[in-house]
Write a protein that binds this ligand. Structure first.
Ligand code: TMP
Length: 209
């Protein structure tokens, strides 16, 4: 049993994950807790190079779904060993902006790769490192798109998919949330940021030592 607490945040682009991670981090830091924020893909030198390839580079446009799966999980494998496990060992609370459930949903459901193979590759990449708590922020894809288009900057490769892709992402997350795994907490992300923050804090507070 590791000393820290591992919490991941999942959901479609524009669901408000980053805002909630920032708010939770501020509350935890205010209590004197040590906090590590991670984002995927990326978070290590190797991971940042993979992020560039996966999201921004011209070369990425020719990428097949199998390569995409392996690069996302490669980035995560590095992040787990280089950052997450050492942090958990020293009692740090890790807040992950996406973890293996993103691969289950984006590559296994939306890209329609074989779910059993995606599961096996996912597990190989993370070993025994799984979040204790995973918040799934559920938002209608149209509302999520509207939030995204109001953001600065051009969409990256993963934000430029057809509508059916984001519908599949949403149903993939809803299917995960309906599994009997107590780590999943489904939250309605159409609520205000303050309401969401309160719901997340209520869940986390009881787990703090
Ligand atoms: P984000 O930084 O805005 O969350 O973007 C990450 C993008 O990468 C997002 O479109 C989801 C996608 N993604 C996958 O397809 N599979 C994965 O395993 C991960 C971590 C992200």
């Amino acid at each position: 049993m590791r000393a820290g607490l591992f919490i991941s945040f999942e959901g479609t682009e524009g669901c408000g994950k980053s805002t909630q991670i920032q708010r939770l981090a501020a509350r935890l830091s205010g209590l004197g807790k040590s906090v590590l924020l991670t984002r995927e893909p990326g978070g290590t030198e190797i991971g940042e190079q993979l992020r560039e390839l996966l999201q921004f580079s011209q070369a990425g446009h020719a990428m097949c779904a199998e390569t995409e799966l392996l690069l996302f999980t490669a980035s995560r494998a590095q992040l787990v060993r280089e950052k997450i496990l050492p942090a958990l060992d020293t009692g740090t609370i890790v807040l992950a902006d996406r973890f293996l459930d993103s691969t289950t949903v984006y590559q296994g459901v939306a890209r329609r790769l074989d779910p059993a193979q995606v599961h096996a590759i996912n597990r190989f990449a993370v070993g025994h490192c799984l979040p204790a708590v995973t918040f799934i922020l559920d938002l209608d894809p149209t509302a999520a798109r509207a939030r995204l288009t109001s953001r600065a900057g051009a969409p990256d490769r993963m934000e430029n998919q057809p509508t059916a892709f984001y519908d599949a992402v949403r149903s993939g997350y809803l299917a995960l949330a309906s599994e009997p795994d107590p780590r999943f907490h489904l939250l309605d992300a159409a609520r205000s940021a303050d309401e969401l923050e309160a719901a997340i804090w209520q869940e986390i507070q009881s787990r703090l030592t």
